[in-house]
Design a protein around this ligand. Structure first.
Ligand SMILES: NC(=O)C1=CN([C@@H]2O[C@H](COP(=O)(O)OP(=O)(O)OC[C@H]3O[C@@H](n4cnc5c(N)ncnc54)[C@H](OP(=O)(O)O)[C@@H]3O)[C@@H](O)[C@H]2O)C=CC1
Ligand SMILES: O=C([O-])CC(=O)C(=O)O
Length: 255
């Protein structure tokens, strides 16, 4: 599988290292879309990729799928163009917090949109629970190192946001993508409740999901190591892209 990567930050470079650095892999990143070619020029030699700043040239290059690891605005800007030309995997899930882009993906008869689980898990259960029965309540409590969430110096853990996933992603677009994948899998951004805690005593990203409905109830807790290149981002988010790409070519589908 030939991959076109958008973004070469913490997640992008993690993928380059683990995909192109592994010779036995059947996946290769061939093209990388950036906005500053000088900043990332060194990647061409290190990972044998070609850099692009023109989206059309990028999409016309020798790639089977676009993997996005940039930010919400970039997805909003290019999604329409990409999905007409290629399958896409996107991790800046906040771009799908209203139905606009999801509808375009749903109506596309030529290309698919893949949304990895990112910094959380349990989305198989959430989708199963909503399939026939009702989900009554769905709550995400995220606890991150205070410095990832606020410039204020805090001496103790502080709830900095409480409300819907819709409002959470609007206020914290770099930290609340998981609230949107949870909403899309479950009961929508207005019904999914979010509590966001800034904690000066921790160095992990800790996410707790509580769900109840006709199926019963479940709770999950994820204690994620951050990527050192970007402490806001959990390593699990990068792994979820890598593993979702691998599963695309698998004959056995789990979950
Ligand atoms: N779904 C989930 O669970 C999670 C999602 N995320 C999201 O994943 C995304 C990537 O995260 P991460 O790698 O940590 O972020 P980084 O900030 O480390 O990297 C972002 C990269 O995107 C590039 N970029 C920004 N705008 C553009 C553009 N217009 N065109 C091309 N490249 C662009 C930046 O380039 P430059 O150097 O030029 O600024 C940078 O290389 C973010 O949206 C983040 O919020 C993160 C964690 C979990
Ligand atoms: O990586 C994480 O733990 C979650 C995150 O930043 C996000 O959802 O935007």
């Amino acid at each position: 599988m030939k991959i076109g990567l958008m973004g070469a930050g913490a997640i992008g470079q993690y993928l380059l290292k683990h995909i192109n650095g592994n010779r036995e892999n059947h996946m290769t990143v061939k093209s990388v879309f950036v906005r500053n070619i000088e900043k990332y020029k060194h990647l061409e030699e290190t990972f044998h990729v070609k850099l692009f700043t023109d989206i059309h040239e990028f999409l016309e290059s020798d790639i089977d799928i676009v993997v996005e690891a940039t930010n919400i605005e970039t997805v909003e800007q290019y999604f329409h163009t990409i999905i007409k030309e290629k399958n896409m995997m996107s991790i800046s899930i906040g771009a799908f917090s209203d139905d606009t882009l999801l509808k375009i993906a749903q109506e596309s008869d030529s290309h698919k949109l893949y949304l990895p689980s990112g910094g959380i898990g349990g989305l198989d259960l959430i989708q199963n629970a909503r399939a026939l029965g009702n989900i009554d309540t769905l709550t995400l409590t995220t606890r991150k190192p205070a410095s990832s969430l606020t410039e204020e110096v805090l001496s103790e853990e502080t709830i900095i946001f409480e409300g819907s996933a819709k409002d959470a992603i609007a206020k914290y677009p770099k930290n609340m993508n998981i609230s949107i994948i949870l909403s899309v899998a479950g009961i929508g951004t207005e019904n999914t409740k979010v509590v966001l805690v800034a904690d000066p005593t921790i160095d992990k990203n800790i996410h707790n999901i509580e769900v109840s409905g006709e199926f019963g109830q479940a709770s999950f807790t994820f204690v994620n190591d951050p990527l050192k290149e970007n402490p806001k981002t959990s390593a699990l988010a990068a792994l979820s892209i890598y593993a979702t790409l691998e599963r695309l070519e698998d004959n056995i589908v789990i979950g």
